[in-house]
Ligand binder design. Structure first.
Ligand code: ZN
Length: 323
């Protein structure tokens, strides 16, 4: 399954799926945060029905109240666009990947996520991050669309895709899933995408109970509970600029215009709402570049207060040369 052409891909530029792009590589959509390029690594566009399922109260009427959502983040009928992608960047010499999408060949209950066959790893390599070179994989939370490429199938066995990386989750997140009676589809996800990493000794569990955790100079995990109990957002600072990777504290830009809109996938919607309010207020205040984990292209922008919510001024990525 291949994503639709992205509106942020300059006209005439090759789709990143071409063989030539893979061989010569060296380009991928990226933003500059200070002097740090942050790359978006595309997996799939979610099908049109995903938005209405995920955010049932984001009806076309509600979407229409924020005209800036169209056409990038919603179509003319008010159908929400959303996608699956990762972010890759290098900080303090460490090559970091934030979230690992859905993955290929995974047995999943969600039809759009079942048995994918995408060229995600080629795109990651084209962005300058071949799997062997990744040092740190940050998992914002342990849901199927954030941990999938943790592993890949090799001779019938799920093995870590990033054998030289430390994979990071939080103690709160780990303990939560260890304590709940998971349905079979979630157990399957842990079996094929989380346990192989832990069994290989590559999983680090960090404690966010006391607040943000510094992973490297300029790189912090911010507790953002509600979608899941141990979810984190990822903050990157360089040379006075700040970027904030949302995880699923915000699923879609319609929640910037209407921060009270909840996702059906939140474990605690009231907590998710207060987390989102605080995160967005802080991002607006600091003029951070907001990078949405499921935001359709152009994926990023800066917030300005707009009534009871915010408007996003998109910042389009450039096709950055990486090497
Ligand atoms: Zn998600």
């Amino acid at each position: 399954m291949h994503p639709h052409p992205s509106p942020d891909r300059p006209a005439g530029s090759p789709a990143s799926t071409t063989a030539a792009a893979h061989r010569t590589a060296g380009s991928a959509p990226a933003w500059a945060v200070g002097s740090t390029p942050v790359h978006r690594v595309d997996e799939i566009d979610f099908p049109p029905e995903t938005g209405a399922w995920l955010l049932p109260d984001a009806t076309p009427d509600v979407v229409a109240r924020a005209p800036w959502l169209t056409p990038d983040f919603a179509d003319d009928e008010g159908v929400l666009r959303a996608s699956s992608h990762s972010f890759a960047f290098t900080v303090d010499g460490r090559r970091v990947l934030v979230d690992t999408g859905i993955g290929n060949g995974k047995q999943r209950a969600m039809p759009a996520w079942h048995q994918l066959d995408t060229d995600y790893l080629d795109r990651l390599t084209a962005a300058g991050y071949p799997p062997d070179s990744v040092d740190l994989v940050i998992l914002t939370h342990l849901h199927a669309d954030h941990v999938g490429w943790n592993t890949r199938l090799e001779n019938g066995t799920w093995v870590p895709t990033f054998p030289h990386a430390r994979y990071v989750t939080t103690r709160t997140e780990w303990d939560h899933w260890a304590s709940v009676d998971m349905e079979e589809s979630r157990r399957q996800m842990f079996r094929d995408s989380v346990h192989p990493v832990r069994e290989a000794g590559l999983l680090d569990v960090v404690d966010i109970a006391e607040g943000p955790v510094v992973l490297a100079p300029g790189l912090r995990l911010l507790p953002t509970p509600g979608h899941t109990p141990g979810q984190v957002a990822v903050e990157l600072r360089d040379s006075g600029d700040t970027a904030l990777i949302t995880g699923d504290a915000v699923h879609h830009p319609v929640q910037l215009a209407h921060p009270h809109l909840s996702s059906c996938a939140d474990t605690d919607s009231a907590l998710a709402r207060s987390t989102r309010a605080a995160l967005l207020a802080s991002a607006a205040e600091s003029r951070a570049l907001l990078l949405g984990t499921h935001f359709a292209p152009p994926t990023a922008g800066r917030l300005a207060q707009d009534g009871t919510g915010y408007q996003l001024t998109p910042e389009r990525p450039v096709l950055a040369q990486t090497y």
